[in-house]
Design a protein around this ligand. Structure first.
Ligand code: F6R
Length: 227
């Protein structure tokens, strides 16, 4: 993997937006797997700015959902699809999407599209990738999972007092690891130790993101998160 370190989250967002735009310029019908969470929000805002300014065109891109809670309607503030629509799909003018609602058909839909060109990922504080919680091996399929206490705790920050749903769907490890290119966005001091383990320990199911070491990965970290 390539590790690039930036002075702050704004510089990181700018560089990530540059890489995503370059991918879409080279392949306008690119299939992008996209995370929600806090880390990529400045990047998505920068992409939205570029789309609004006519500097980038996402009209032929397909945006693929990485994970979702079970039993949360899409107009619930906790719906990750709702979050992805508000932060990514609508502001970028994207019209083609693949939602993760049925693990039984998701992988076949992606295969029919030719697979993932670029995955834009965040790093769980416990090393999770999407909602592939530890332990997850590289073959762990697209499936329903129960979130770990650590993830419930870290996700609580998103919606104030609303409880974090316990059950979720996640794209499987082969979907994520099979992306032709992946960006892992990591910011903040609280991610430094897990990023160090992700990049330097032998790949282990205890840190699912560590399996990205074997893929064409670019890590974009701010100075606070850099190991
Ligand atoms: C969200 C997702 C999660 C987050 C991870 C980091 O769609 O897939 O794996 O990327 O929990 O979240 P933040 O960026 O909020 O620290």
């Amino acid at each position: 993997p390539t590790l690039r370190v930036f002075p702050d989250a704004g510089a990181l967002a700018h560089a990530a937006a540059d890489l995503i735009c370059a991918e879409v310029r080279a392949k306008p019908e690119a299939v992008l797997l996209v995370a929600t969470g806090n880390t990529p929000m400045p990047t998505y805002a920068e992409l939205a700015r570029r789309a609004a300014a006519g500097e980038a065109d996402f009209g032929r891109v397909t945006a693929v959902q990485l994970d979702e809670y079970v039993g949360v309607p899409e107009d619930d503030p906790r719906s990750l699809w709702g979050w992805m629509e508000r932060a990514f799909v609508r502001p970028l003018g994207i019209t083609r999407t693949v939602r993760l609602s049925d693990p039984a058909t998701f992988d076949a839909e992606l295969r029919a599209l030719g697979g993932i060109d670029l995955a834009v990922l965040g790093l769980g504080p416990n090393g999770h990738l999407g909602f592939n919680e530890p332990p997850s091996n590289p073959g762990a399929p697209t499936r329903r999972v129960t979130l770990t206490p650590a993830s419930l705790e870290s996700n609580r920050a998103y919606w104030g007092d609303l409880p974090v749903p316990q059950d979720a769907l996640t794209a499987g490890m082969p979907v994520i690891l099979g992306a032709r290119r992946a960006l892992l966005l990591v910011s903040g001091e609280h991610k430094r130790e897990i990023l160090r383990r992700t990049l330097t320990e032998p790949p282990t199911p205890e840190v699912p993101a560590s399996f990205l070491q074997r893929t064409p990965l670019t890590v974009l970290a701010d100075a606070a998160a850099a190991p």
